[in-house]
Design a protein around this ligand. Structure first.
Ligand code: CO
Length: 296
């Protein structure tokens, strides 16, 4: 099917508006769950689906923390929160992020990811090697004494597929793959005061359906039918399934069964290994012949 750039731009505009909205939604004392739900509602009220559940990863959590069902965590006075979200229009996905610092202590870290993103974007054009973009991100980070997170990076975005073919490193990794005109990509510098490497943590809230193999229990069959019809093969949150099934115990047991039989890919929270503070900035864009067009 022909790629419809107007549709990705439409979704991208909604994503950018949702990011702007998130800055006012995040206030000390507010529950992360209420904030995530408000942002997701903002996107759905505009007539879009979610590319993936809204991520609100705090401090040394770099990515993939979305609030749990009944989550009581609240925003602290000095939290550094990465808001990572995306509006989806039909099969067209977008992906963008920013960092909210509740006090000034780490605002330089957040600012530097924005600068790294800006500098990286200024290099984008057809024929540009992905390693050159990574080198620019790392150079910007080092200027202020920060490390990049080496095992996270940007990615191509195709219809149906949030992380497609191309990988855009946050450092000079020697990959001579060149950007191609018309490709949709997300660039996402992750900077840290720590060592620059993420590991999987305990919280597991995000899943993606990768097989429709029929499970044994009725609960798991119900969950699989719900997931297939509502979220297709896009990432979804445990709390979404619990709300839709109306029973926390049955929903959790069903998800466990679907994981066991290999129907779901899992995305546990990713934490900076040395517990460094982490910031992130991300935009989705379209590579053009001489530069790019930003869609978020
Ligand atoms: Co991304």
């Amino acid at each position: 099917m022909e790629y419809d750039y107007e549709k990705v731009k439409k979704a991208g505009k909604a994503s950018a508006e949702a990011l702007a909205y998130s800055k006012s939604a995040i206030r000390p004392g507010r529950k992360l769950l209420d904030i995530a739900q408000d942002i997701e509602k903002f996107i759905s009220d505009k007539g879009f689906k979610q590319s993936f559940p809204v991520n609100l990863s705090t401090d040394s959590e770099a990515a993939h923390y979305t609030p749990e069902f009944g989550d009581s965590r609240v925003v602290g006075e000095k939290d550094v929160i990465k808001v990572d979200l995306g509006a989806r229009y039909e099969t067209y996905l977008t992906d963008c992020a920013l960092t909210v610092c509740l006090d000034d202590e780490h605002s330089k870290l957040a600012e530097t990811s924005e600068n790294a993103l800006e500098n990286a974007i200024s290099l984008v054009k057809a024929g540009r090697k992905v390693s050159e973009i990574g080198a620019e991100i790392e150079k910007t980070a080092k200027q202020y004494g920060y490390n990049v997170i080496k095992n996270l990076g940007g990615h191509g975005i195709e219809q149906h597929e949030l992380h497609a073919n191309i990988f855009i490193p946050n450092f000079k990794n020697g990959d001579s793959t060149e950007l191609e005109e018309g490709t949709v990509i997300a660039i996402e510098p992750f900077l840290t005061t720590g060592a620059g490497y993420v590991v999987e943590g305990e919280s597991l809230q995000i899943f993606q359906c990768v097989s429709d193999r029929m499970p044994r229990s009725l609960d798991a069959r119900e969950a699989l039918a719900l997931i297939s019809s509502e979220y297709s093969t896009y990432p979804f949150a445990m709390r979404w399934v619990i709300v839709r099934m109306g029973n926390e115990f049955r929903a959790r047991r069903a998800i466990s069964e679907l994981i066991t039989i290999g129907n779901l890919e899992t995305f546990p929270v990713l934490i900076e290994k040395s517990k460094g503070m982490v910031s992130q900035a991300e935009k989705t864009l379209i590579v053009t012949k001489d530069s790019c067009e930003i869609v978020t």
